[in-house]
Design a protein around this ligand. Sequence first.
Ligand SMILES: [Cu+2]
Length: 305
Amino acid sequence: MNSDVTQIAQQVNSLYDFLLITSGIACAILIFGMIYFAVKYKRKTNNDKTPYISHNSFLEFLWSFIPLVIFMIVFAWGWIIYHEMRKFPKDSLEVHVTAKQWQWDFTYKSGKTSANEFYVPVNKPVKLIMTSMDVIHSFYIPSMKIKQDVVPGRYSALGFKAEKLGEFYVFCTEFCGTAHSAMMAKLKVVSQADYEKWLQETDEGLSMAQLGAKYYNEKGCVACHSLDGSKRVGPSWKGLFGMKDHEMEGGEKLIADENYIRTSILNSQDKIVKGYGPRSAMPAYQGQLNEKEVAALIEYIKELK
Ligand SMILES: [Cu+2]
């Protein structure tokens, strides 16, 4: 487990340990006390009379006051950690995060963009400035114990400082739609040198199909389209290109050529594969992908025989 990757994660873990231990003790006292008294005071003969007991002020004070103290400790502890979480140091590395159905986009100040994967240097405070293009999403890094809703029409922020190198999952914890659960991004915590190298990287030197493979992951296609013929939210890409008698909802049969794939990407409601209707779960990518990206994806699909 990489749960000690940030100080906040350590603090949240300690708080949870405290909650778990106090709950465990309370549970044990309650259950074993109940069993003990049930056995000890079991009615033995029909003539057993229940004695008259009114109350015990001291006991009543204790079982009210002790839980109160524990709850106040948990409250104060949580409050302190929450404030710690909401501190964004002035020298934070700021990264813009845009959520959309169904992927995470990251934009750096240098103009570098990436999707479903982002890099930060180790031991550097990071501030994520987040918004959504469509519905509410929720940005969650489990190993850092931080989570924040991402809301259309406004910014929300999340900060962390990773103290260990490594790869960490980002989940969307908004489970109100088809593929939020497939919005898995990766955070890569690397050295300052590796971070700067990554920031300089461009797509040069990659073939169209290789670029397409990259976009398949980065643009979120991976969430709904498999490469091995298995059925996900959308049809698999395996053997798709050149398919004859490709049957649509409504019975139309066509050939899966470049134009068909282009339309399916940019205007996904136009042609819907039989079995995936009546409405496509896929958003239209018109305006979200440029010509080069569409072309690269098509070249990639062509190779998936
Ligand atoms: Cu989501």
